[in-house]
Every structure is written in structure tokens, then in C-alpha cells.
Ligand binder design. Sequence first.
Ligand SMILES: Cc1cc2nc3c(=O)[nH]c(=O)nc-3n(C[C@H](O)[C@H](O)[C@H](O)COP(=O)(O)O)c2cc1C
Length: 465
Amino acid sequence: MTEPRTATEPRGTKQVHLAAHFPGVNNTTVWSDPRSGSHIEFDSFTHFAQTAERGLFDFLFLAEGLRLREQHGEIYDLDVVGRPDTFTVLAALAAVTEHLGLAGTINSTFNEPLEVARQFASLDHLSDGRAAWNVVTSWDAFTGQNFRRGGYLPADQRYRRARQFLETAIELWDSWSDDDIVADRESGRFLRRDDAGAFAHRDDQFDISGHFPVPRSPQGRPVIFQAGDSEEGREFAAARADAIFSRHARRDEGRAFYADVKGRLAAHGRTPSDLLILPAATFVLGDTDAEAADLAHDVRLAQVSGQTAIKFLEQLWNRDLSDHDPDGPLPTIDPIPGENTVAQGRASVRIHRDPRDVAAEWRQLADARNLTTRELIIEVTGRQSFVGSAQTVAREINDLVQADASDGFILVPHITPGGLDRFVDEVVPVLQELGVYRTGYPGHTLRENLGLGAPRTANSPVGIG
Ligand SMILES: Cc1cc2nc3c(=O)[nH]c(=O)nc-3n(C[C@H](O)[C@H](O)[C@H](O)COP(=O)(O)O)c2cc1C
């Protein structure tokens, strides 16, 4: 691995990739801010996407949640509630953008490969080569209850299905070649070969055969993302993904994750440039670093209200704490270990350690720093990735990319839909001055803009891949 450069060194050689995550249903979103708009109306998506495109971002990213979150059996409405269907939104955005990639999170546990392959091939056609698929597996049977088979698939089998799902989808996309449609009016011949789109796939998850209904799309197949963090998730990404959406935006853990995943590629016959690592990152900008720090503090207070702090606390303690004072110390009673019965459908409850150990750490931290419950929750539920003036934020982003902590970032603003505006107007120009960010889109398709090669197919000449 190359030695990290520092922010004071003139120009990095790696180019920074940027993407925009439409803020989802979590407490990053400050819906209570008067500047916050709708999370559902198309105008919000349009403003957000067009701002990202103005900033020459690689893509817009949509997360997915297939069931509303619940706490104590009731809808958890302290985060934003509701999320429209990914393909509907991305298809509509294809019409109001020209270069921006359109990345959708679609679950491999609850869907069928033919349907998902058809939808992504269609989106790739409609957008002229800008589709990307974030393949997620889901972590809970609670979400599965919304589907025909219920939460039938145990967690240890979900990546097996995800692998076979993706292999099947690739077979379907590859069942067409670029030149299968000849549409020769003279001879009356439309297809070059009778078996265009023919497929037959059988494994222990899928047994399907027929003709895939969508001809080969401009990218051949969408750019493939992966977002899980486990050993299986990392191996799945190393074998098949073009990019990883990670949660490791901080320097040391980012470098460790980057080295770990890029180090797995050789075993799959791939090179480090075949897989981009793009962590989710938040930011708060000010005219000066000091102003940004003040604003960042206000944003954290808005993100973690007293009510939200108690809800988070209940998720770890696994019991009702509605009488607890968020502005007082942590509860003296212990968490209830074992299956979480309080909250369902939330990533943050998936703490793999004994909650009593985590609670002991939190108590130690609260005592050492004299923190109230709410202040402690603010401290442990994450922090803004980049806080400062545009100059500071641009330098930090570049520094992390040159240090191989990432290949760029997927930015998650806290305001919808205007939260990217200032970043694009102020930070992007500084990155361009540093010589690490494009001044125009280099390619036509998302694959080209990400610097990824064309996908290898059965017909590809050796060396293309
Ligand atoms: C940064 C990140 C973002 C994710 N976003 C989503 C999402 O939007 N929708 C979803 O269903 N799962 C999402 N997941 C869940 C994963 O794709 C995966 O199903 C889950 O983390 C279990 O896999 P793991 O044990 O490998 O982490 C996300 C995971 C990570 C790490």
C-alpha cells in the first residue's frame, strides 16, 4: 500500500469520487428544520439530483427499507417515515438528468432474479447507461413478514442466495449480445440469432429457463454495489461488486477496511482498481471552521432530540425507559440480554456484543466526561464526518482519499432537498483547484465515469473485464 500523503502536500494523484445519498429514514435527517422539504414529492428528488449533477457527482444513491420501523410495536416516527419505490423514482430522475448515475438498493432475499434483472436492464436503457444496483440481503425476519414467504431465510443463507441471485441476473443480462438486434428491413430479419435472450439456470435457489425479455443495455449490466459489513459480505463484494457502500468514513477504520477488502481481490482474479470503496459521509459547512463546529453541534442536537435519545437507549437496554430523563444520567438498571423485543427494522439495534458490556462502556464514558443520557447518545451514535469551512472539508476529503481510507464518499446531507447546494457551490471548486476532481464528466456511462472497465461476458475478448 502507498504511504499516506498529508493535506499540506500539493496535489494527490488519485481522483476523488463523489456521490449523493438522498437522506433516508434515519436520524441523519433533520425533518424538523424549517428548510426541510418533502421526502416523497418529485420536486425534492429533482432538486437533489440536479444539484448532484451540477457538482459532477458520479451518482445519486437510494437506500431501501421494505417495512416501516417499529418500537414497542408502534411505527417509529421520530425518523422520517415513508419511502417511495426505488425504480419509479430512478426512472423519473433519468428524465431530468443527463449524466448522473442512478443507484438503487434492491434486496436479494425477497425478490426474484428475473424481475430485478428486467428492471435494472430497463433502467439502464432508459437512462442511457447510468444504472447501478446495491445488492442487499436484509438482516431481519421482521421485514420478511411483508413478503410471500415471510422471513423464511435464515441470515446464514442470505449471502448464498445473494450470490446465486446475482449470478442468475448476470446470466440473464448476458443472454443478449450487443449486436443481437439487426432490424434489417430489406431481409425482414429483426434478430441476428434465434436464441437471443435464451437462458436456463438451475441451482438450489433458482430453477428458471426461457428468454430474457430485455435486450442488452448500454452498460451490459448495471454497476454492482454491495453494502454488508460481515465476512460473507466482504467476500461477496470482493468476488462480484464494482463498489462498496461502507460505513467506515473515519481515517483509521477506513484504512483498515480499505486494505482488508482490496486485499481480498487477488484471490478472485481481480485488481484493486476493480472495486471502489465509497463510505457514507455527512458534513457540516460554515464560513469558518469555528462557525461550522457551532453549526455541527446544533445539527447533532436536532438529530438526537430527548425523545430520540430515549428511543436509542431503549434499543440497547431492550426495555421500556419512557420514564427516564434524557437530561439526567444513564439508567442504573442493566440491559436485558438476548433477543431484542423493543425495536424492529433498525440497523442500530444489531449490536453483536453483550448489551451489558456496551452499557458498562457507555457508563464509563458518561462518567469520565460528565455526559447526560442525551449527550452520551449524541456521542456514541456517530458524528459528522466532515466539519469546517469549504477549504477544510475539501482538504480532509482529499487527504482521506490519498491515504487510501476510501476512493471517495457518498455524501448524506441532513437537509432535504437543499442540503447539497452549499457543498457543490463551495467544496467542489476547491477539490478542482487541488487537481483531484473532474471539471466535466469524463465518460458517457456510469461505468466509464467511475473508471470501471466494461463487464466481461462470455463473448468478451480476453483482457476485457
Ligand atoms: C452502509 C450500509 C448501508 C446499508 N443500507 C441498506 C439499505 O438501504 N437497505 C437494506 O435493506 N439494507 C441495507 N444494508 C444492509 C446490508 O446490505 C446487509 O443486508 C446487512 O448489513 C447484513 O449483512 P452483513 O451482516 O454483511 O452486514 C446496509 C448496510 C450497510 C453496511
